[in-house]
Design a protein around this ligand. Structure first.
Ligand code: PGA
Length: 251
């Protein structure tokens, strides 16, 4: 049985004061058992959040990490080993904003994925198509290519200790959500692709859906057989809304 997971990607939002408020809100949530909950603050606030959430079951992840696992001369970057030291358990790899806006290539993402795992971080590997690609009927092809990049370089077993997030680019921050069936179709294709190489890995890996998930649409999305939770952007900045999404995952 896969444990469901709800991850909150705070993106580039927050000040020390607003983060303190959000921590207070998260501490007050009654979270369901059986759901892994994690938040991904900006790097600047990781320590504040790790300290602030001590004693709760909420884990902390980073939104990005360096291409090498250990410390070194890499100005402006943060090593996965430093994130472990700071109390992180997860790291996002390949979010579409980093692929598209920061120009992160498949090759770079392969290195980031491997470096994260070498330090003991669990990568949350993000895949997804643009609106144009969907309209051209290329969704599965695009997602499959993104996964194949990791599989080709690191082997399918790399997904034995990773999480995958399917996030259609057109649904991120737009208020447009994939329908539960649209999301399920892609999730099923992802699982089938992994199963061709290793069925145990395919059955075990958690596939999160991301893209305008809110409390109002979470129950339906999380009810699909291959959707094991969500990666939540905007709605994760509101503790009550985030709590409601976590409860939806617990149903
Ligand atoms: P959104 O973002 O929930 O604001 O659409 C999701 C994400 O980018 O992870």
């Amino acid at each position: 049985m896969r444990r469901t997971m709800v991850a909150g990607n705070w993106k580039m939002h927050g000040t020390r004061a607003s983060v303190a408020e959000l921590i207070d809100g998260l501490r007050e949530l009654a979270l369901p058992g059986g759901v892994d909950v994690a938040v991904f603050p900006p790097l600047l606030h990781v320590s504040q959040v790790v300290d602030g959430l001590k004693g709760t079951s909420i884990q902390v992840g980073a939104q990005n990490a360096a291409v090498q696992s250990g410390q070194g001369a890499l100005t402006g970057e943060v090593a996965p080993s430093q994130l472990i030291d700071a109390g992180c358990a997860y790291v996002l790899v390949g979010h579409s904003e980093r692929r598209q806006l920061m120009g992160e290539s498949d090759q770079m993402l392969n290195r980031k994925f491997a470096a994260a795992q070498a330090s003991g971080l669990i990568p949350v590997f993000c895949v997804g198509e643009t609106l144009e690609q969907r309209e051209l009927g290329k969704t599965i092809e695009v997602v499959s290519r993104q996964l194949d990049s990791i599989i080709g370089e690191l082997g399918v077993d790399a997904f034995a200790s990773a999480v995958i997030a399917y996030e259609p680019v057109w649904a991120i921050g737009t208020g447009l959500t994939a329908t539960p069936q649209q999301a399920q179709d892609v999730h099923a294709a992802i699982r089938a692709q992994l199963a061709e190489k290793n069925s145990e890995v395919a059955q075990g890996v958690r596939l999160l859906y991301g893209g305008s998930v809110k409390a109002a649409n979470a129950v339906e999305l999380f009810g699909m057989p291959d959707i094991d939770g969500g990666l939540i952007g905007g709605a994760s900045l509101n503790a009550d809304e985030f709590g409601a999404i976590c409860r939806a995952a617990g149903n």
